[in-house]
Design a protein around this ligand. Structure first.
Ligand code: BGC
Length: 348
């Protein structure tokens, strides 16, 4: 482990194992990351007047993290989102995944990356690399999957770099499941935020959130967020894809390929804007529809439905079961990497 001038402190323990918090700082910005779930626990940036605002939901104790099932701040994987029937094929071999949202598998079941205590590989004042081995067969996923995630704070940008390699052919599609509230994590509903997703197409899904396999145009639907739109306007629309999920909870296919800007969100009260950049083909835009109420959060905050929104960069949900979706297959020995950035500035 390489630790230079890093700020590490005990956060608690789980089944006798310590959980550590790593604090990154760059100028007026800071981030706190936990070894439990490699979760982003806080992300503080100044608003246009210079006042620090913590933009992500989080908790004060390990127990609070363990006792929720909303994946708050965590790295989710090996395969984010849903696999229909908790079943798919890898090289023609049927996998039986964990049907934790029966009959489907959500976020890799009950033993995914979010439940693991990750190892600190290296840490400095601006970056931390955490690693984890997801053992062969756990949750039905083949191969010892060695994964690492590096969080880097670079000015008003939080970068997340992923790296994974498996010793058997497998499937790999991790994400980060932070809930952002650009008015501040404790400020209530995000319905006043404006949202823009640079995507002409999205993947509709059934009542259980399993994609139909279509990739449909957003044009003339409330899924068209190509111009910034107040969330409240979209959320109140009579549209089956919104009603089925009690709000936004679908995968968009952002335009273009390679590392590009895919979304922008503005806090209506803070004047803070976040832009999202990634090399992934998809993004799950989720408006925290299923957050329970009341959900006690850090520093006395109380969360509930729509207390935060997620922009989970990913390949499309249920990809192995839809030939038309980009593949999430990972060959044995192949090194898979990916980058996502959340950048902050003042709303225009
Ligand atoms: C899913 C939601 C789910 C949530 C769990 C999101 O990625 O799309 O349907 O409820 O994760 O917190």
């Amino acid at each position: 482990m390489q630790i230079e001038s890093a700020d590490l402190c005990p956060f608690g323990s789980l089944r006798g194992r310590p959980v550590t918090q790593i604090r990154l700082t760059d100028g007026p910005c800071s981030a706190e990351i936990l070894t439990y779930g490699a979760a982003l626990r806080s992300l503080t940036v100044p608003d246009p007047t210079g006042k620090p605002v913590d933009l992500v939901l989080g908790f004060d104790t390990v127990e609070d993290y363990v006792n929720q099932d909303c994946y708050i701040g965590a790295i989710v994987g090996p395969v984010a989102n849903r696999i229909g029937g908790a079943a798919c094929l890898v090289n023609g071999r049927a996998l039986a995944l964990d049907p934790n949202e029966a009959p489907n598998c959500l976020h890799s079941g009950l033993a995914g990356f979010d439940k693991a205590i990750w190892t600190v590989e290296s840490a400095s004042d601006r970056a931390v690399t955490l690693s984890h081995v997801h053992p062969d067969g756990l949750g039905g996923i083949p191969g010892d999957l060695r994964v690492s995630v590096t969080y880097t704070l670079a000015g008003r940008c939080l970068r997340i770099d992923y790296r994974a390699v498996s010793d058997r052919d497998t499937i790999c599609n991790p994400t980060n499941h932070s809930y952002f509230n650009l008015n501040g994590h404790e400020s209530g509903s995000v319905e006043g935020h404006s949202v823009c997703i640079h995507a002409a197409r999205f993947t509709p899904a059934d009542a259980a959130g399993i994609p139909t396999g279509e990739i449909l145009p957003v044009a003339r639907t409330p899924m068209d967020l190509r111009q910034p739109k107040p969330l409240r306007a979209g959320l109140s629309a009579e549209y089956a894809q919104l009603r089925l999920a009690r709000g936004y909870d679908r995968n968009w296919a952002p335009d273009g390929a390679g590392f590009r800007r895919i979304a922008a969100v503005c806090g209506d009260r803070s004047g803070i804007r976040m832009t999202v950049w990634t090399d992934r083909p998809g993004v799950q835009f989720y408006t925290g529809n299923f957050l329970p109420a009341p959900l006690p959060g850090k520093s006395g905050a109380v969360y509930g439905p729509r207390a935060g929104l997620c922009l989970e960069t990913q390949a499309f949900p249920d990809a192995p079961n839809h030939a038309g979706f980009p593949s999430i297959a990972l060959k044995a020995g192949e090194i898979w990497t990916s980058r996502t950035e959340y950048r902050f500035d003042a709303a225009e």
